[in-house]
Design a protein around this ligand. Sequence first.
Ligand SMILES: Cc1cc2nc3c(=O)[nH]c(=O)nc-3n(C[C@H](O)[C@H](O)[C@H](O)COP(=O)(O)OP(=O)(O)OC[C@H]3O[C@@H](n4cnc5c(N)ncnc54)[C@H](O)[C@@H]3O)c2cc1C
Length: 311
Amino acid sequence: MTWSADFLSRNRAERVLLAEWTTFRLGGPAELVHLDARDDLAEALAQPRRWLGRGANLLVGDAGVGEPVLRLGRAFAALERAVTRDGRAIVRAGAAVDLAVLIRTCTEAGLAGPEGLSGVPATVGGALRMNAGTSTCWLLDWVARVEVVLPGETAPRWLERSEMPAAYRSSGLPEGTVFLGCELELAHDDPEHLRARGASLKRAKAASQPLALPSAGCVFKNPARDLPAGKLIDELGLKGTSIGGARVSPVHANFIVNDRGATTAEVCQLIQLVRRRAWDARGVVLDMEVETWNCPAELKAHPRDLKGVAA
Ligand SMILES: Cc1cc2nc3c(=O)[nH]c(=O)nc-3n(C[C@H](O)[C@H](O)[C@H](O)COP(=O)(O)OP(=O)(O)OC[C@H]3O[C@@H](n4cnc5c(N)ncnc54)[C@H](O)[C@@H]3O)c2cc1C
């Protein structure tokens, strides 16, 4: 991709293996652009591109991607307490801020809410895009406004939370929206209490998730509130099933782990096997929670149409 000389004097572009930028440790080559200057947003938006946060919810094809991959940098990394409104604190966070840093800062300041996401690896931008959450809360529960560039537009604008029809793992904004930051509206609480809550959530995750191996977290969305995908996959007897170096985690059945130098192709075959079995045995369609880049389109097809999958 050709960038102007001015653009390249303020932002860094490099060839990388996306495996080094994703928690799954999978993905082929791409041009990675660290977008440090806000003034260069327009040039970045003028061409086909993809956006990368911490790479914690991504499965990237072995052949990589052709479009530049943009990662928000310095100009989008501010984290500040703005004002207090009606007894609540307003915290402004850029999309490049690490979610763990946001949680720690709020906890130390005695601001409640974000500690409920302790242990979720993300940037603020990726967490807004995915409406990252747990069984009890979502990031968007505390968001008052988001700064975005909507598809087809070039200028950033602020949207009120009421303009976002957020849902499970969805911000409710159109595909292609770029998240630049947000304002959170938070109530006060005892920092010690918040610290204890965050630590307890992290312990629970460590006890129930395969954190020692590369993964992208839960592969599938829960098909229904009372039907967690992990429970269903466990009941199908698929825990521990492997293809090449990709394995359905014996610890948490909704995680696929890269435990012996897997390829993305192997992970995709395993995903298809699980989806096909869930459909054949229980008539359940498992939709992807993990975002896929340059992976077989079949991953999003109806499972009854999946071919070449062991029954
Ligand atoms: C061990 C583990 C545990 C996890 N536990 C949870 C959990 O409990 N709850 C949960 O919700 N998730 C969980 N996840 C998944 C992941 O943490 C979340 O989906 C998180 O929101 C991803 O953020 P990210 O910055 O890594 O986004 P990425 O993975 O980098 O990107 C995800 C998507 O967002 C897009 N994107 C990224 N930044 C922007 C931006 N600024 N503007 C527009 N689009 C953007 C990307 O293009 C991609 O489509 C877990 C993952 C792992 C590895």
